[in-house]
Design a protein around this ligand. Sequence first.
Ligand SMILES: [Zn+2]
Length: 126
Amino acid sequence: MHELGIANSVLEAVKTEMGRHPGTYPCKVGVRIGEMAAIDPESLRFCFEVIIQDTDLESLELGIEVCPRRHRCRVCGNDFIVRDYDSRCPQCASLETTCISGDELELAYLEVEEYGPSTVGAKSSQ
Ligand SMILES: [Zn+2]
């Protein structure tokens, strides 16, 4: 299953990121998926939940953001969202447009919580 591999790489990316920030715990990871990347967000969520089950990342939440396909017009420089495969520039009607996004698959954000410092001798004696 395509989505299982992706879920695994997301998890790997989270672990790598956590290695750089000791003392924190990830609570939510966000991924950005372009609509052309042919990934089913629901299957991805399902796979992710399966692989984190019974691990120390079990409570990690997955946020999925689906990005529409965007083109940029080579004539007037307008950026626009492509709907119904119509890649014509809505501003100047030029057909000379190039795809600038819509097939991304990337980590968008990672929300972490710091392990509370275990209140060591922080009492002030005033
Ligand atoms: Zn244009």
